[in-house]
Each structure stands twice: as structure tokens, then as C-alpha cells.
Design a protein around this ligand. Structure first.
Ligand SMILES: Cc1cc2nc3c(=O)[nH]c(=O)nc-3n(C[C@H](O)[C@H](O)[C@H](O)COP(=O)(O)OP(=O)(O)OC[C@H]3O[C@@H](n4cnc5c(N)ncnc54)[C@H](O)[C@@H]3O)c2cc1C
Length: 245
């Protein structure tokens, strides 16, 4: 097979994509689920009543960690990010569904991650007490150059095997974790809050976490979408120290 050189040249990205593709999620979903305790089948009729009480109820549920009313909603995100982000992401087992593109059934595209200038490059301290500081110009230049060279070499090796008739599932072994992948991830507000508590750093967090910056970038974008859909729940999450109920 003759390949167009432009098609095999690695394309480099420093960002992540998070699109909200589908949702049934609103603060009212928390309210009707919670009010069934006292109002039974009339809980739906109570929705429009007294917004201040609704806000107070959501805050009470969050504070006292009555978590199940936050599960009656659904958000599906399309995410494009490096494989090392997905590897961390899929450790979140509860309240999440995933489907990812396949390296067995399709030829993987040469899209790779390089950190941009905002990404702090140098780690100082000891495990559990790391801080990240900016690298020097020379470290930034080296990182970009070495990554690009390595990606090009790996992708050429991948194509060499494919062109010789080796199966995609075998040839992909040479590709690095900086390769972009894509997936759909579906969650509910409770499982998203648990994810955000662990995968974002935030001044309002009662229990600080120290996630890798690249998964945090995904978390921040998911949080923006969610905050627009469920503003009262989002505000209560922040007000109560960003601990999932
Ligand atoms: C900063 C950071 C560093 C990390 N470093 C490492 C590392 O070095 N190595 C590594 O392997 N992982 C690491 N992880 C991943 C971490 O150990 C968790 O696997 C990941 O954060 C998912 O959390 P979770 O299990 O609470 O989430 P979920 O799988 O979504 O589970 C949600 C909750 O359900 C309950 N639950 C789920 N499964 C079980 C079970 N089997 N038994 C009992 N209760 C259960 C727990 O209460 C759990 O908190 C790291 C995570 C973070 C945030």
C-alpha cells in the first residue's frame, strides 16, 4: 500500500476534548427522588414548589451524604485524550459505563500528546508530597523534540508491520501511551462527584487530591458541563467540601 506522507505524519496535541453528547440530568431529578420518602407518588407534583426549600434539601442531602437521590440522572460524554489518561479514568468502576475505540478493529491514527507551556514539567519532593514546577526553556524544548521523534519512530514501525500484513492487534504493541484514544463515558451526578473529588484540585476541597494534570483537564471540562445542567447540586458539592455524598 502506498501511503500519503501527510497521512502518516504525527499530529501533536496538548488539549483534550470533552463533549456532552446526551443527558437527562437536572436538579429536579434529585428532588423528586428524595421527596418520595415523604410524598410518595406525589413527589413529582412538589417539584415546582418553593425553590429555597429545594436548594436547602439538596444541600442537606449533600451534607449528610444521602447519596442515592443523586443517581437518578445520566450524562454521556465523548472524550478524546491520551491513552495514559484513559488508563487512570477506567479505574473508576462504580456508576460509569465505557466504550472505547478499538485498536483491533481500526487502524489507529497518528495523533499524539505533547505538553504545552502551561504544563509544569518538573516534579520535586517525595511520594505523596510532590510539587510540580515549571521546567527550563531547555527542558521544554527537549521534551517536545524527544516526544515527537519517538512518536514518529513508533508510528512508522506500526505502519511497517501493517503494510507487511501483520494484524492491527499485534502491531499496536509498539505505540506509546501518549497516543490519543476516544471513548464514550456515561455516569450520573454521584459517580461524577466521586471522580471530581479525586481527579481535580480545588480550593474548596475538604480532602485535597493530587491528580495528574491531564486527567484533571478532562475533569474540569466535564465539571463545566455538569454545573450548567445541575447548578444547585454543583453549588452544594462545592459548599460541602467537594466530597461525593
Ligand atoms: C491521586 C491519585 C493517585 C493514584 N495512584 C494510584 C497508584 O499509584 N496505583 C494504583 O493502582 N491506583 C492509583 N490510583 C487509583 C485509585 O487507587 C482508584 O483506583 C481510583 O481513584 C478509583 O477510585 P475508587 O476505587 O474510589 O472509584 P470507583 O471504582 O468508582 O469506586 C467508587 C467507590 O465504590 C466503593 N468500591 C468500589 N469497588 C469496591 C470494592 N471492590 N470493594 C469495596 N468498595 C468498593 C468504594 O467506596 C469506592 O470509593 C490513584 C488515584 C488518584 C486520585
Amino acid at each position: 500500500m502506498t501511503r500519503n506522507p501527510d497521512d502518516i505524519k504525527p499530529s501533536l496535541r496538548s488539549d483534550v476534548t470533552v463533549e456532552l453528547v446526551k443527558h437527562t440530568a437536572g436538579d429536579s431529578d434529585v428532588l423528586w427522588a428524595a421527596r418520595v420518602s415523604t410524598a410518595g407518588e406525589q413527589s413529582l407534583d412538589e417539584l415546582a414548589k418553593d425553590p429555597e426549600r429545594s436548594k436547602g434539601l439538596i444541600n442537606y442531602l449533600m451534607r449528610d451524604r444521602h447519596g442515592s437521590p443523586f443517581e437518578h440522572n445520566s450524562m454521556t460524554f465523548f472524550i478524546s485524550a491520551p491513552i495514559f489518561v484513559f488508563r487512570e479514568f477506567m479505574r473508576h468502576r462504580v456508576g460509569w459505563s465505557y466504550n472505547e475505540e478499538s485498536g483491533r478493529y481500526r487502524e489507529l491514527q497518528p495523533v499524539f500528546y505533547v505538553p504545552d507551556e502551561s504544563r509544569r514539567l518538573v516534579q520535586e519532593g517525595r511520594p505523596g508530597k510532590y510539587v510540580f514546577v515549571e521546567g527550563t526553556r531547555a527542558q521544554q524544548e527537549l521534551t517536545g523534540r524527544v516526544m515527537e521523534d519517538s512518536y514518529r519512530q513508533a508510528y512508522e514501525a506500526y505502519l511497517e508491520m501493517l503494510d507487511a500484513g501483520v494484524a492491527r492487534e499485534v502491531a499496536r504493541s509498539v505505540l506509546p501511551v501518549g497516543l490519543y484514544s476516544s471513548m464514550y463515558a456515561t455516569c450520573n451526578a454521584r459517580s461524577l462527584m466521586h471522580f471530581l473529588g479525586l481527579r481535580t484540585q480545588h480550593e474548596m476541597a475538604k480532602v485535597p487530591s493530587f491528580p495528574q494534570r491531564e486527567i484533571e483537564m478532562v475533569g474540569e471540562k466535564m465539571e463545566q458541563h455538569w454545573a450548567g445542567l445541575m447548578p444547585l447540586t454543583h453549588a452544594a458539592f462545592n459548599a460541602n467540601g467537594r466530597v461525593a455524598p
